[in-house]
Each structure stands twice: as structure tokens, then as C-alpha cells.
Design a protein around this ligand. Structure first.
Ligand code: ATP
Ligand code: MG
Length: 507
């Protein structure tokens, strides 16, 4: 069906919404894709729903391709399983909680590890039934503290979550590998610029975990990126490089006069040494620049205006525990190749975890093994922010005039603009039918009484990949075809335009 703007539930706005800070928030609202319902809760309007569905379709196709089976679980869930795993406490205020009329506690699901584990426990009894990958594309609820950036961070949002169940660690590693590859295909097809980074597991628990990040100024995550090798990591997960142990051939520790040096900077300046030669003491724990045994330090001497020099780690003091508390800074050495790291902002669009047995232990999920004995199942969980992906793509692809969708997820392939006169509108509508018949998805601006200038501005704002103008030369059968992203334009016959667009859609 040709989408006709004269009938479409669409009202574009000239001004940015007052509370909008990010480009995607401003543009998705102004172009009529989404509309705020309440803080962090959004209505998807016809154009937005199409984009959301396109993202879901790509995700679904690639999940099906790795053997995932789609299910749909409720969003309204008993609280009890989340208490059993301790996650209700871990999520804390993030968890939406409610009671039914009998006083039973419920939650609105923030993610479904508990419920999938229970589902599999109920449905699966033998190793022969495994491995299995289950997924859903479903509404999630998190009472986010700062739901500011439109659908980038909603309190209600769409997530694809999948869960793998295996009897062996090798099986889990294989399910993880399949997901990683599927995610690469998904984010390629969606047209993302993205990086895969190692991540800390956080509230999920478990071992191996990677995030898919879309670099963007509006992102709330920071990640380190090595310009020289393929190392990339969430800043929280960067492993610090510990210096090589030095010899212990240092002169004995000695006290030195250091009046008026309350800060590391002042002390380093007074003594003419780099700050990294000094050691800061916090209570009984040592919180130094990265410490290696055998290194000589300058530190406080427990006396006013005095410091001690040549205090040697392993000789003059002992380290009980090394904690990786260092914050990585731009230019710090890459843990893999030593080159200077750079730090960038990004949006988390996907996250994959090898959970192991955290949840299967909590619910005692065993199956009968090959030898007749019960085997504890091991599990992975894998998420994609489907609604967030729409906004993240808008962040990465927009320009000064508006949105600029990659074809795979655009709400239409071509935006046909009828410049205004009745004959132009008639021509545009006929052309639209022919395009649609050739497999090209059409949005046609057939509105009467709207100036060509407003129509062109709206077409740029809405961001369909091609704009086709039925204007001055429709009498000769000639139209203008414009590429929304590059701005290139050329005049063609209607037949040439149809052939050109049909070919672009097939690619
Ligand atoms: P964040 O750190 O951004 O809060 P998260 O690490 O808590 O995200 P996960 O539990 O890993 O999120 O959820 C899987 C995916 O769901 C994320 O990678 C992200 O794309 C998406 N997502 C998470 N929270 C939101 C939200 N509030 N709004 C939209 N999408 C979200
Ligand atoms: Mg995450």
C-alpha cells in the first residue's frame, strides 16, 4: 500500500521539543515518528512503527538463522523468582513493582533470565532436549533515574532478549559464538557503525561478556579504543598495565623535608619528580599509581612537613591486595599492544553474556545426562535494544536537515513529492502505484494546500533514502530523483526512475 501523507497520522514540527537534548530525540519527535506519553514512555506513530518493525524483522531473521525459537513471555511477572535470585534487591529502584488485588507482589519484567530458566525447567528433562536457544522481542520496564534521551533510554522499551541452555561449557561457548556472529550480521544490516568491546558483567553475574557499542556523542557509555590494534573495551572493563618488577637495589628509605606540600602535585614539584613516583596512602589500603614489587616510592613519613624517599615495595611495606582502581586516561598504554589509547562516547546497542550456572543453580535446573545422572544446565543471555537501535541509528546518520535512514530500516524507499498543481499530484499518485508494483515502498506527499517549500523541508526531515519530485516537467514525463544522504540529484524519465529505484531496492 502506498502511504499517502494526505491521510497519514503525521504532524511534523518546526521547533525542537523543549526537553530534548539529543539529536535523535529532537528529530524523531519533529519528524512525527514518536510522541511522548509520559516520562520515558513513548507512543510509536505510523512512520516510527514501520522503522521499529524493520529493526525487529532484521533481528528476527538473524535469530531464526542461528536456530533461535521465538516465544513471547508476559511483561507482568510474579516478584518471587526475582527475590529468589537476589535480583530484586540488585535492581532496587530500577524495578517497577506492583501488587494484585490479593496482595501478591508482581514486577514488570526488566529482563527475563529467571522466567526463562523456570520455563526450561518445566519443559525440558533430558540432555536430548538441549541445546536450545529461545528468544523474544518484547516490552521491558525499568524505572530509569534519568529517562532523558527519548527512546534511547526509555522506562518502557523494546528489547530482543535470548537465552541459551546447554549441558556443557563447550555448548555454551558455541551458543555465545553463534550469537556474536548473528549480532555482527544484524548491526551490519541495520547500517551501524559499531564496535564489539569486552565488558564487565554487572548485575547479570557470570564470566565472558561483550557489548556492542555504537559510537555517538549522545552516548552515555565511554569506551577505550586502540588506534593501533583491535583492542576495545568498556572503560569499566579496561585492564591496567602493571609495570615490570624492579630490582630491590635502592638506598635505604630516608626522611626528607617537604614543607607546604599537601597535594601530590605540590610534592612532585617540590622534589622535581613525576607524580607517578609518589605513593598515596588511604587508611590501611594502598591506592597508588600501578605498583610493582621492588619499586622505590616517595610517600608520607607520618610526620608534619616530612616525606620519606626510597620506600621500597616488598622491603619497607607489604601489599595485601592489588585492586584495579585506576581510571584509564587518553594516551594510557593499550594492554594488548602498548599504543596510546583513545577514549570515545558510545551507545550500548547490544550485550552478550556467558552466564554460566548462576540462574540454573538458583532454580536447580538439571536434565538427565547421557550417563543417566542429572547434569546442571549452563546458560547464556543476549540482549539487543530494539527501540534504542532506532534512536542510535538516527544519532549516527542524521544531518542538519533531518533524519537520513539506511534503506533496510527506512519507513519507505522513496518519498514522492507532488509539487502542488493538480496535474502534478495526479502524476505523482500514478507513479507511486507503479513504483509500489515494482517492489518499491512509497510515501507520497499528496497534500493539497501545502507549499512545495514545506513539502521539501518535510521530506528532508523525514529522511527516506530517495526523494522523487513530480514538478515542472511532469508534462514531458520527467521527474527529479534525489539521494537524501549525498544530496545528489538528477532529472530522469518516470520509467528510468522506477527502474533505478527497483534496482536499488533489490540490492
Ligand atoms: P544501560 O547500561 O544503557 O542502562 P544495560 O547494560 O542496563 O543498559 P542490558 O541489561 O544489557 O542493559 O539490556 C540489553 C540491551 O537493552 C542494552 O544493550 C540496550 O541496548 C537495551 N536497553 C537497556 N536499557 C534500556 C533503556 N532504558 N531503554 C532502551 N533500551 C535499553
Ligand atoms: Mg548491558
Amino acid at each position: 500500500m502506498v502511504l499517502r501523507m494526505s491521510r497519514l497520522l503525521l504532524k511534523t514540527l518546526r521547533d525542537d521539543p523543549a526537553d530534548a537534548e539529543t539529536a535523535s530525540h529532537k528529530l524523531l519527535v519533529r519528524a512525527g515518528y514518536v510522541r511522548r506519553s509520559s516520562a520515558g514512555v513513548w507512543t510509536w506513530l505510523p512512520l516510527g512503527k514501520r522503522v521499529l518493525e524493520n529493526v525487529s524483522r532484521v533481528v528476527r531473521e538473524e535469530m531464526d538463522a542461528i536456530g533461535g525459537q521465538e516465544v513471547l513471555l508476559p511483561a507482568l511477572l510474579p516478584r518471587e523468582p526475582y527475590d529468589a535470585t537476589g535480583r530484586a534487591d540488585e535492581y532496587g529502584d530500577l524495578l517497577f513493582t506492583l501488587k494484585d488485588r490479593k496482595g501478591t507482589d508482581y514486577v514488570l519484567g526488566p529482563t527475563h533470565e529467571e522466567i526463562f530458566t523456570q520455563l526450561v525447567k518445566d519443559q525440558v528433562s533430558s540432555y536430548k532436549d538441549l541445546p536450545v536457544i529461545l528468544y523474544q522481542i518484547q516490552t521491558k520496564y525499568r524505572d530509569e533515574a534519568r529517562p532523558r534521551s527519548g527512546v534511547l533510554r526509555g522506562r518502557e522499551f523494546q528489547m530482543k532478549d535470548s537465552y541459551s541452555f546447554d549441558t556443557t561449557d563447550e555448548g555454551l561457548a558455541e551458543a555465545y559464538r553463534l550469537h556474536r556472529e548473528a549480532y555482527v550480521r544484524i548491526f551490519e544490516r541495520l547500517g551501524f557503525d559499531y564496535r564489539v568491546v569486552s565488558a564487565v558483567s554487572g548485575a547479570m553475574g557470570g564470566s565472558q561478556s561483550e557489548e556492542f557499542l555504537a559510537p555517538a556523542a549522545a552516548g552515555e557509555d565511554t569506551f577505550v579504543d586502540c588506534p593501533a590494534c583491535d583492542y576495545a573495551a568498556n572503560t569499566e572493563a579496561v585492564t591496567a598495565v602493571v609495570g615490570e618488577p624492579e630490582s630491590t637495589e635502592h638506598p635505604p628509605a630516608e626522611e626528607i623535608d617537604t614543607p607546604d606540600t599537601p597535594t601530590i602535585e605540590a610534592l612532585a614539584e617540590h622534589l622535581g619528580v613525576p607524580a607517578s613516583a609518589t605513593l598515596k596512602n588511604l587508611l590501611v589500603k594502598v591506592d597508588g599509581e600501578i605498583v610493582a614489587a621492588g619499586t622505590a616510592w616517595i610517600t608520607g613519613a607520618n610526620k608534619a612537613d616530612t616525606h620519606a624517599r626510597n620506600v621500597v615495595c616488598g622491603r619497607d611495606f607489604r601489599v595485601d591486595e592489588y585492586l584495579d582502581v585506576a581510571t584509564v586516561l587518553p594516551g594510557d598504554p593499550c594492554p594488548k599492544c602498548g599504543a596510546g589509547l583513545q577514549i570515545d562516547r558510545a551507545i550500548e546497542i547490544g550485550h552478550i553474556f556467558q552466564l554460566g550456572r548462576k540462574y540454573t543453580d538458583a532454580f536447580e535446573l538439571d536434565v538427565l545426562g547421557q550417563n543417566g545422572k542429572p547434569v546442571r544446565v549452563t546458560m547464556g543471555s543476549y540482549g539487543i535494544g530494539v527501540s534504542r537501535a532506532v534512536a542510535a541509528l538516527a544519532e549516527q546518520t542524521h544531518d542538519d536537515s533531518g533524519l537520513c535512514w539506511p534503506r533496510e530500516i527506512a519507513p519507505a524507499d522513496v518519498h514522492v513529492v507532488a509539487a502542488g498543481k493538480a496535474a502534478q499530484t495526479e502524476f505523482a499518485l500514478e507513479l507511486s502505484e507503479k513504483l509500489q508494483a515494482a517492489g518499491v515502498r512509497v510515501l507520497v506527499d499528496d497534500r493539497a494546500g501545502v507549499s512545495p517549500g514545506v513539502k521539501f523541508t518535510d521530506a528532508e526531515l523525514i529522511g527516506v533514502p530517495n526523494i522523487l519530485v513530480a514538478g515542472r516537467r511532469v508534462g514531458e514525463g520527467v521527474v527529479e530523483l534525489k539521494d537524501r544522504c549525498t544530496g545528489e540529484r538528477e532529472e530522469l524519465t518516470a520509467e528510468e526512475a522506477i527502474a533505478r529505484l527497483a534496482a536499488a531496492v533489490r540490492n
